[in-house]
Design a binder for this molecule. Structure first.
Ligand code: MN
Length: 743
């Protein structure tokens, strides 16, 4: 049987030649020879195989090659790889064959393409995630792999009709989930839109059809309006000798659907928003930016601009390289019209993305290329070092794709691109991991803000750091970028490791001192006594000085069903009715006289979290039925309630001994804001008094700061010392202990 009929041969030839003709680059004889070689090999390899549509399979690689060169603007190597992209996967040829025939580079790109399989499984399955992991990893090797992969996907989407419905759905979902955002991130706007539209067409055929019909129905009216709007502009631009093109920007079906859905508005409301694009050929010798602004000025002489809708993507291009000047003006019928102004080159880059950069050889090392390189590098680092599951990773990667960018500045005017929801902390990590770890707050536009502060476009951000700052789990809630989260996790792990090592050493030394050789039984007893779930947790708590070993001797001798006094030893006795604190005398007067010292056996003690008493505070103890004594401040409302209702269960409680262990207290601070006040604060807290800070919150308005710190302190004297020292800070107005409230 003949593998290819004459008419098939002719069709293949035609398509192949059409692809060569539409190449965006001038192909030399050497180029053509190499491309021919690839084509002949692919044609032979796929010979006799048909696509689902009945076409010879080779038409697919040819179409992908055409997209790669014509729509993305890539050169010879990419055409070759596109032609060969399914050869290794679907036929008997190997990567070694490719290397032998076409060299190392081409073989490695094909290898990358082959690794990313087209074997689509459910969008949420981990196999799919694994596939994306490969996509991302190959990003850093050679970005052409991804461009070709996107072209492959685009052609598959264009020919999805012949697929069975189930497969259509899977492929469309994958396309909208990852390929469209990826195309956007790489600056391939036109392809991104097409992928979105095609995907919508298969996922929501009715919606797609409806919108598409409405567009067709209203097209005539829209064109009339645009013409009416454009005529005066065209005339003025011609008068100014500007070479330009003006076009009504067609809205994609997907973007209309998204707007209707997201803002819950009708088709007409979305579609009424007109947009035109002016593409011009700039004069040499005058900065392009100046020429864009000149056109802006011509247009706004005719139509009134909406000031808050001006977007200058020329001075600060988007991270994916997009450059243009956008403005919105009031059209003749009282309609808002968006006008995009770009040079031919900007337009080319906008439509074809990064690949178009290569066309413009005279371009100096541009910021946007660096940004993209940086992004790819970061993603790769995240994947290389992350221990998260692939699915989590995929989500983070996906987030980094879809979040639109925000440009903020250092005090020296350096630009940083961050995702839309970036916080001060993300910015700190974007500058440097070390700065992120040591960050305690920032000045945003000269105002003091906490690490969780959300950044806005154009903010000037100065990060404030403290040497003593340690990573905490809280930071993970504040960070949004994958980079920051990863760095925090790594720092926490390092910190934990250090605590475990230190704790082990401290414990070993303590056993040594007691002359005890620890065995499993002893360690298990300690776990029980200190209520720890693992050896690591025990070591780490000791290393962090969360638990003290002063009672070690007793702890290891204790009956295991009894719990050790965890923080403080209290002296218990009968409540002395005459020694009640005066503050709540009225309420106390009603309560029952306490019975004689309760004979309940005291099992353990806890400080109440409602009032967080610290040594030195006046306290009362409430003996709960389970034998645990809860310690409240004598002024605590809950303590007072208990006293009034269960007088016989109140035990007289006094602080008797002190250990190096810590209690949480909150201090409200208030003062005059000035440079360095945070540094002074943290110096007093961490250096002078060796206090461990758990929370720090500071807000500054009109030169005055308000905030609080939560610190672990030893006792009331310690706290008073701290307050006194804080008061010595220049500008400090008041320091007051307050209740700890969850915020
Ligand atoms: Mn393919």
């Amino acid at each position: 049987m003949e593998l290819q009929t004459e008419s098939e041969k002719q069709l293949i030839r035609e398509r192949y030649e059409d692809m060569l003709k539409s190449s965006s680059k001038k192909l030399t004889d050497t180029d053509l020879k190499l491309i021919d070689k690839a084509f002949n090999l692919a044609n032979k390899a796929h010979m006799g195989v048909k696509r689902r549509s009945g076409e010879p399979y080779i038409l697919h690689p040819i179409a992908v090659a055409k997209i790669v060169t014509h729509e993305i603007g890539l050169g010879t190597k990419s055409i070759v790889c596109a032609l060969l992209h399914d050869v290794v996967e679907d036929t008997d040829y190997t990567i070694d064959d490719m290397e032998r025939l076409f060299g190392k580079k081409i073989a490695s790109i094909i290898d990358g393409l082959t690794k990313i399989t087209n074997d689509n499984v459910d969008v949420n399955s981990s196999k799919q995630a694994e596939n994306f992991r490969k996509i991302i990893l190959t990003l850093a090797d050679d970005i052409r792999v991804i461009f070709i992969k996107i072209a492959d996907r685009l052609h598959n989407m264009r020919t999805l009709d012949s697929m069975e419905a189930k497969k259509q759905n899977r492929i469309s979902s994958e396309t909208i989930y990852i390929y469209a955002p990826l195309a956007y991130r790489l600056g391939l706007y036109a392809i991104k839109s097409e992928l979105e539209d095609l995907s919508l067409r298969y996922r929501k055929p009715t919606v797609y059809q409806e919108i598409s019909d409405k567009i067709n129905a209203s097209e005539k009216h829209r064109v009339q309006m645009l013409n009416h709007f454009s005529l005066p502009i065209i005339k003025k631009l011609e008068d100014s000798n500007i070479k330009f093109e003006i076009s009504g920007r067609p809205k994609s079906i997907y973007s209309i659907w998204k707007k209707m859905n997201g803002k819950n508005i009708s088709f007409d409301e979305v579609y009424d928003l007109l947009a035109i694009r002016i593409i011009f050929d700039p004069y040499e010798g005058i900065p392009e930016k100046t020429q864009c602004w000149n056109i802006y000025s011509i247009i706004t002489d005719i139509y009134k601009p909406k000031p808050d809708r001006l977007r200058d993507w020329i001075s600060t291009p988007k991270a994916n390289g997009y450059e243009a000047l956008h403005c919105t003006v009031m059209g003749p019928n009282g309609h808002w019209v968006e006008v995009q102004i770009r040079t031919r080159k900007m337009d080319d880059i906008a439509e074809r993305g990064l690949a178009a950069h290569w066309k413009y050889k005279d371009m100096d090392a541009t910021n946007q290329e660096n940004e993209l390189d940086k992004w790819i590098k970061e993603i790769k680092e995240t994947i290389d070092t992350s221990q998260d599951s692939t699915l989590e990773l995929l989500d983070e990667f996906k987030m980094s794709l879809i979040m639109t960018d925000l440009t903020v500045f250092t005090p020296k005017g350096e630009m940083h691109s961050l995702p839309k929801d970036a916080t001060v902390l993300d910015f700190a990590f974007d500058i440097h991991t070390e700065i992120g770890i040591k960050a305690i707050g920032a000045k945003v536009n000269h105002k003091l803000v906490p690490l969780s502060h959300l950044l806005s476009a154009g903010d000037q951000v100065e990060i404030l750091t403290a040497e003593s700052q340690k990573p905490t789990w809280n930071l993970l809630d504040i960070a949004t970028t994958a980079k920051a989260k990863l760095a925090i996790k790594n720092a926490l792990k390092a910190e934990e490791k250090l605590n475990i090592e230190n704790g082990r050493k401290i414990l070993d030394a303590a056993f040594d001192k007691l002359g005890v050789v620890p065995d499993n039984a002893i360690i298990n007893k300690l776990l029980e006594v200190y209520e720890m779930s693992s050896k690591e947790e025990l070591y780490s708590s000791i290393g962090e000085q969360k638990i003290s070993l002063e009672n070690l001797n007793r702890a290891i001798r204790k009956n295991s069903n009894r719990k050790l006094v965890r923080y403080w030893r209290f002296q218990f006795g009968k409540v002395d009715a005459n020694k009640k604190t005066g503050a709540n005398a009225a309420e106390n007067a009603n309560r029952h006289e306490p019975a004689a010292l309760p004979k309940h056996e005291v099992q353990s003690y806890e400080t109440a979290t409602c009032c967080n008493p610290i040594p030195g505070d006046d306290i009362i103890g409430f003996l709960a039925p389970d034998g645990v004594v809860k310690i409240h401040k004598s002024t605590c409302p809950e303590g007072v309630r208990l006293m009034s209702q269960f007088g016989d269960r109140i035990v007289n409680t006094k602080w008797t001994s002190q250990k190096k262990l810590s209690f949480l207290a909150r201090l409200e601070i208030h003062g005059i804001d000035r440079m360095g006040v945070i540094n002074d604060l943290s110096n007093v807290i961490t250096h002078e008094l060796m206090v461990n800070m758990s929370k720090f919150h500071l807000e500054s308005h009109d030169g005055v700061f308000n905030g609080y710190i939560e610190v672990y302190i030893q006792d009331l004297t310690h706290l008073n010392d701290l307050s006194a020292n804080l008061m010595k800070i220049k500008g400090m107005d008041s320091v007051k202990r307050t209740e700890i409230v969850e915020d």
